[in-house]
Write a protein of this length. Structure first.
Length: 212
């Protein structure tokens, strides 16, 4: 598949269904693209599709099935869009292209040849619990225990938004800019392979009540 080069081919690309709930168009919006006038279109569409399918099918759909609608805050970035974001890091908070290959840049494998995809999402049904408790770790640990396809998570203060990624060689790491800041878990830490269900028992109880 060639890089979309017309409105028609871009429309067709956007209609590609990555999973029952998600289409490629859902992941192409970018504020940087809008403000800087740089098209947010993959150079290697087939790679982006393969990585996006895995992100949606193995990670996003199971989260949405359990907690309800997922809002995509940002996701795919073309190399050109991400490079502009990295040039203005203080404004756009983008790291280098190399560090985003197989993360926000879905269509370029990383240095080890692995593909991956990342999206920044808000789990809207989680917001009332988070606003009441400030407990982002409940959702993080639930995903860690119940979504084997995830590779990494990084939580942010606003709306408990977080980056979540799928990767061919998953790392299973959780980090946060929300207190307690830093690394919650990674391979080798004593808490990595434990049963964390007590940490999200209240969250699950809240969702059970909502469904009754």
């Amino acid at each position: 598949m060639k890089r979309p080069a017309s409105v028609k081919t871009l429309e067709e690309f956007g209609r590609i269904q990555l999973s029952p709930s998600f289409f490629m168009r859902d992941f192409l919006y970018s504020e940087i693209s809008q403000l800087e006038g740089i098209p947010n279109i993959p150079d290697n569409p087939e790679v982006a599709i393969r990585a996006g399918e895995q992100l949606c099918q193995q990670v996003l759909e199971p989260i949405q099935k359990r907690f309800g609608r997922i809002c995509i805050r940002s996701a795919f970035r073309s190399q050109a869009v991400n490079a502009r974001g990295a040039e203005n890091k203080n404004q756009y908070n983008c790291s280098s292209n190399e560090s985003n290959f197989s993360h926000h840049i879905w269509d370029i494998p990383d240095e080890n040849g692995h593909i991956g995809a990342m999206a920044c999402i808000v789990v809207t049904g989680f917001l009332p619990y988070y606003e009441r408790t400030g407990d982002w770790q409940a959702l993080a640990w639930w995903i860690h225990d119940n979504i084997p396809g995830y590779s990494s998570m990084y939580f942010f203060p606003k709306m408990a938004a977080f980056n979540i990624g799928w990767h061919e060689a998953p790392k299973k790491t959780i980090n946060s800019y929300v207190a307690p800041k830093g690394c919650l878990t990674k391979p080798g830490m004593t808490n990595h392979a434990l049963d964390h269900s007590p940490a999200y028992a209240e969250l699950e109880a809240c969702f059970k009540e909502q469904r009754l």
